[in-house]
Design a protein around this ligand. Structure first.
Ligand code: PMP
Length: 361
């Protein structure tokens, strides 16, 4: 052989789809496709980033002690049992890399986050999809897919792109039924939008094989900084730290996240505005014949007659400078996922879809 070839399995890894922020020929776009915070980051996070600039010649903290302490205090968690990553994507990747490999299986659910099969393959493991039922995670289907090779089960709660919650009793049933040799990862990227939901922390405290992951990319408005974290048993955190690069988070990212987690006032403002505008957006779209399931996150999953109509609507929205998300790749071909933007963005979406549906905006 006289050709450079990648390792076996690398070319089976799908390229991540999403993150589009430009439309050819359209100057001003409103991006509603990545569930970002329309109100930006906390002003205190911006200030902290500016302040951190004077120390840019220094390496950042390797153990993230200060950020972990702030997260621990805010969420009432033992900071020694926290790990921080470059977005929760990286924490999810640590988990797959450390606990799954060739010959192992990793379960994710039908409409679950698209990175799960990608990181399973990056670790050399085989992703296995468990069907959902009416856009809800189905614990029976997950358990039916479990076998001796299963090492990890990923569930998103609340779901993306479904925005549905797994009932507490069902999550508990799953945690109890999984073999102790299999990890259960509760991905709570949108947990802050759900009043009273602990993201799965109480299950982590009860079961040594349960891990919770969270992010600063959504309600905290720090997607550009790339900070996420995980909470698990000490023994798991000790393992995950071995596959973590020593300086994985930048100085500015650490400063921004710490300031953001301490700015409770800004957090409450974003949560309240999102809840108000989400109801308005879904109600107005329902009135013009575009229903969506009840949402508990910062996006809604709108339903169209079929895939053709959903894609035609998406194409039309693009011409109006509105980028939303097709979710055919999540096995939801007749749906579009729309991030709840600020008031102007929500009004523009409703006006544009009204015109698309043949009405007068
Ligand atoms: N989990 C879910 C369910 C998500 O929707 C996302 C981002 N789209 C992530 C994890 C990863 O987020 P990040 O890496 O920005 O923390």
């Amino acid at each position: 052989m006289n050709k450079i070839t990648p390792q076996p399995g690398i070319m089976d890894i799908a390229l991540y789809q999403g993150g589009q922020s430009h439309v050819a020929g359209v100057e001003h776009v409103i991006k509603l496709s990545s569930n970002e915070n329309p109100f930006g980051p906390s002003p205190k996070a911006i200030e902290a980033v500016r302040d951190s600039a004077a120390a840019l010649h220094r390496y950042p903290s390797t153990d993230h002690a200060s950020l972990r302490a702030a997260i621990g205090e805010r969420h009432w968690l033992d900071s020694a049992r926290l790990i921080c990553g470059v977005g929760s994507d990286e924490v999810l990747q640590f988990i797959a890399q450390a606990y799954a490999g060739p010959g192992d299986e990793v379960i994710y659910t039908e409409h679950g986050f698209s990175m799960y099969p990608i990181i399973a393959r990056m670790a050399g493991a085989t992703p296995v999809m468990a069907a959902e039922r009416n856009r809800q995670v189905d614990v029976n289907n997950i358990l039916a897919a479990v076998n001796d090779q299963t090492r990890i089960v990923f569930v998103t709660n609340p779901g993306n792109p479904t925005s549905t919650m797994i009932p507490e009793a069902e999550l508990l049933r799953l945690a109890k039924a999984l073999p102790k040799t299999c990890l259960m990862v509760i991905d709570g990227a949108y947990a802050e939008f759900v009043d009273g939901f602990d993201g799965g922390a109480s299950l982590v405290d009860r079961f040594d094989n349960v891990i919770m992951t969270r992010t600063f990319s959504k309600v905290y408005g720090l997607g550009g900084m790339r900070v996420g974290w995980g909470y698990a048993a000490q023994s798991i955190i000790d393992v995950l730290n071995r596959v973590r690069q020593p300086f994985n988070l930048s100085l500015t990212a650490l400063a921004a996240a710490e300031a953001a987690v301490n700015d409770i006032e800004f957090l409450s403002f974003c949560q309240a505005e999102n809840a108000r505008l989400r109801v308005w957006l879904s109600d107005e779209l329902a009135k013009i014949g575009v229903p969506s399931d009840a949402s508990c996150t910062n996006f809604i999953l709108t339903r169209f007659a079929d895939r053709t109509e959903a894609e035609a609507c998406d194409d039309y929205l693009k011409t109006q400078g509105l980028i939303v998300r097709r979710v055919a790749g999540y096995n939801l071909p007749n749906a579009l996922r729309i991030t709840v933007g600020d008031e102007e963005a929500c009004r523009r979406v409703v006006a544009a879809i009204t015109v698309f549906k043949g009405g007068v905006a």
